[in-house]
Design a protein around this ligand. Structure first.
Ligand code: ARG
Length: 565
C-alpha cells in the first residue's frame, strides 16, 4: 500500500533528517484537522525557530499533488489532508489484492517462537480455568504465524507426580472401563475425587499409591501401561475441545518428558555455584531479589515443578533455538516464573531475557449460571455446549430458515466463548455470563460475525467477483463514515503486529469491534445497492474489504465467520 507518511516526509523541504521526519508524522485523531500531522516542537532547538514559525514555513513550501491535497499550519502542527479518493483507491486495491494475506508480513522470517499454552494435566478435564490460556495462546500462535514466525505450540502436559499413583489405586479398586469409555476423562476425575474421600478413612491407600507411583518411576510395565491408558483417555477428550476451539500443538512434551533431562541443567547450575543445600534439599537462594528460594531437589531426591520447567527451558533453547519462549499461564504462577527466569539469568544464560510469562486473569462463571457437578469443576466442554445450544435458540427465533443451523450455532456459540476471553486486557479477571457474550448487538463475537454475514449478503446480492466488480472510480465517496472505515482498514497490519508483540489479542478484538461499528454506521448512512453504478461498485468494493478484514481478524482470534447468520 502507498505509504503516505513516507511521501510526506520525502516532500517536506527542511533541514531535518528524513527518518526523523518520517517517524514524527502521526495519524491525526480528529479527521477535521487533517489525516496526518507533523508536530514541529521538537525541531525548534535545531532550527532555532518557534514551532509555529516552522510549521508556517513548511506549509508555505510544501507542494501539494495528487496524494496530498492541502496542507495547513495550526499552532505548531503541520496538518496534511490527503486526497481522499486516492486513499480510498489505494486501500481497496491494496486490501483486495492481498486478500487473505492482508495483515501478514515477513518480519518474523527465520525466527522461532515457542508458545507454552493450555498445558493440561493428565486425568483431569479441560475446565473453565483453561479458557484463558487456550484462547490467548491459540491467538498468539496465529498472530505470530501471520508475521512470518515459525511457531512451536507446546502443551506442557502435567503428566508427572504422585497423583498418578493414586489414580492407579483408585482405578484398580473402583474403575470401570465401560464407564470410562463412555464418560472419558470425567470418569477418571471422579475416581480421583473418590480416592481422596476414601483416603481419609483408609490411610493404607496412601501407602499403596506411593508404591504405585514408585513403580511408574521405575518403568514397571503394568504401571506404565495404566498411566498410558489414562493419558490416552485424557488426550482423546481434550483434543475434541481443542478442535472446536481451533487450536493446535506441535509438541506434547510434558513434565515427565524431562525426567531424564534434569541432571545436565542441575549440574550446570551447580557449576555456576548457584546451588546451596538447605535441610538436605538443593535450592537456589533468591533472597537478594526478594523471593523465596527456588527449590530444585527435595531432601528425598525427588524433583519439582520448577526443576522440570528449568530442564524444559534448556531443552527448548537447544532443540528449537527460540527467539522468544512464551508461557501463557495464569498470574497465580507469577512467582514460579519469576523464580525460574531469575535462576537462569543468574546462571549467565543470555537467552533468559527471551523467556516471557504471558500472565492472564481468572475467568469465572456468573453465579448460578451453570450447575456444577461435584468438585465444583466447570468443564469447558459444558460451557461450549451450553453456549452452542443457546445460540441455536437465538438463531431459530431470528432466522428460522437459515440452512445449516447447527453448524452456524457451533461457530457462534464457540466464537462467543473464545471472544469473552480475548476482549479485555488479559490480566483482568472476568466474569462470564452467557447472555452478555451471546448478545448479537453488544460488543461480542456474534456481533462481529453478524456484521461479516451482512457484508457477505450484500456482496452476494450484487453478484460478480471482485475482479469484475472492483471499482475504478472513488470520487463520490468523501463522507466521514467512509473515511473512518478506510482509515481503520489501513490500520489493520499495525494492529496485527501490535497484538502479537504486546502479547495482547484484546488489541485486535477491540479493533474488530471498532471496524464493525464503523461499518454499521456507514451502512446505515449510505445506500450500497441501487445507487448509480459507479458509486455502488465503489461502496461494494469497500464492503468486500470490510468482510475480508473481519474474517481474517476473527480467524486470528480463532473464531470462525459463517457466511450467513
Ligand atoms: N499444568 C500446569 C497447571 O495446570 C500448567 C503448566 C504451564 N506450563 C509450564 N511450563 N509450567 O498449572
Amino acid at each position: 500500500m502507498f505509504d503516505f507518511k513516507k511521501h510526506i516526509a520525502d516532500n517536506i523541504s527542511a533541514d531535518i533528517d528524513k527518518e526523523m521526519l518520517y517517524s514524527s508524522i502521526v495519524n491525526t485523531a480528529d479527521d477535521n484537522m487533517g489525516d496526518y500531522s507533523l508536530p514541529c516542537f521538537k525541531f525548534a532547538a535545531q532550527l532555532r525557530k518557534s514551532p509555529v514559525a516552522i510549521a508556517q514555513q513548511l506549509a508555505e513550501n510544501y507542494l501539494t499533488d495528487e496524494y496530498i491535497g492541502e496542507v495547513k499550519a495550526v499552532n505548531g502542527y503541520l496538518n496534511f489532508f490527503v486526497n481522499r479518493s486516492a486513499m480510498l483507491t489505494d486501500t481497496v486495491y491494496g486490501v483486495l489484492e492481498q486478500g487473505e494475506n492482508y495483515g501478514n508480513s515477513n518480519e518474523g522470517n527465520g525466527k522461532t517462537i515457542c508458545i507454552d499454552y493450555s498445558s493440561v494435566n493428565i486425568a483431569k478435564s479441560l475446565h473453565i480455568g483453561h479458557l484463558g490460556t487456550t484462547a490467548i495462546g491459540g491467538s498468539l500462535y496465529k498472530l505470530f504465524a501471520a508475521l512470518g514466525y515459525k511457531v512451536i505450540g507446546i502443551n506442557h502436559l502435567g503428566d508427572y507426580g504422585t497423583q498418578f499413583g493414586k489414580m492407579i489405586v483408585a482405578y484398580k479398586l473402583w474403575g470401570n472401563d465401560e464407564v470410562i469409555a463412555k464418560e472419558g476423562v470425567r470418569a477418571l476425575q471422579d475416581l480421583y475425587v473418590r480416592f481422596h474421600r476414601e483416603e481419609e478413612e483408609h490411610p493404607e491407600l496412601t501407602e499403596q499409591a506411593r508404591h504405585w507411583f514408585a513403580r511408574i518411576e521405575k518403568g514397571d510395565p503394568e504401571a506404565v501401561k495404566l498411566f498410558e491408558y489414562f493419558k490416552k483417555i485424557t488426550l482423546d477428550d481434550v483434543r475434541q475441545v481443542y478442535d472446536r476451539l481451533n487450536v493446535t500443538f506441535d509438541s506434547w512434551n510434558g513434565e515427565s518428558f524431562y525426567n531424564d533431562k534434569m541432571d545436565k541443567p542441575l549440574k550446570f547450575l551447580e557449576d555456576k555455584g548457584l546451588v546451596t543445600v538447605s535441610d538436605g534439599a538443593k535450592v537456589v537462594d533468591l533472597s537478594d531479589y526478594g523471593m523465596p528460594p527456588c527449590l530444585l531437589v527435595k531432601s528425598d531426591g525427588s524433583s519439582l515443578y520448577a526443576t522440570r520447567d528449568i530442564a524444559a527451558a534448556f531443552y527448548r533453547k537447544e532443540h528449537y533455538n527460540f527467539d522468544k519462549c512464551l508461557y501463557v499461564v495464569a498470574y497465580q504462577q507469577n512467582l514460579h516464573f519469576r523464580q525460574i527466569f531469575k535462576v537462569l539469568e543468574l546462571a549467565g544464560l543470555d537467552w533468559a531475557k527471551d523467556l516471557v510469562h504471558v500472565a492472564y486473569g481468572m475467568v469465572s462463571l456468573e453465579e448460578g449460571s451453570m450447575s456444577t457437578r461435584k468438585g465444583n469443576t466447570v468443564f469447558l466442554k459444558d460451557v461450549l455446549d451450553r453456549a452452542v445450544s443457546k445460540s441455536l435458540d437465538i438463531i431459530c427465533t431470528k432466522n428460522p430458515d437459515l440452512p445449516d443451523k447447527e453448524k452456524v450455532a457451533e461457530q457462534v456459540g464457540v466464537g462467543a466463548v473464545i471472544f469473552s476471553a480475548l476482549e479485555n486486557a488479559r490480566i483482568k479477571d472476568i466474569t462470564f455470563t452467557f447472555d452478555r457474550v451471546l448478545n448479537f448487538d453488544g460488543e461480542t463475537a456474534p456481533y462481529l460475525q453478524y456484521t461479516h454475514a451482512r457484508c457477505n449478503s450484500l456482496l452476494k446480492k450484487a453478484g460478480m467477483s471482485y475482479l469484475t466488480r472492483i471499482a475504478r472510480n472513488y470520487s463520490g465517496l468523501d463522507d466521514v463514515e467512509t473515511l473512518r472505515l478506510v482509515k481503520l482498514l489501513r490500520n489493520f497490519p499495525v494492529i496485527v503486529s501490535d497484538s502479537a508483540y504486546k502479547y495482547e489479542p484484546s488489541i485486535l478484538s477491540k479493533y474488530l469491534i471498532d471496524l464493525a461499528q464503523a461499518f454499521n454506521r456507514f451502512y446505515i448512512g449510505h445506500r450500497v445497492l441501487g445507487e448509480d453504478l459507479s458509486v455502488q461498485n465503489a461502496r461494494l468494493s469497500l464492503v468486500e474489504c470490510v468482510q475480508l478484514v473481519l474474517r481474517k481478524g476473527l480467524a486470528l482470534l480463532g473464531i470462525e465467520a459463517p457466511e450467513q447468520m
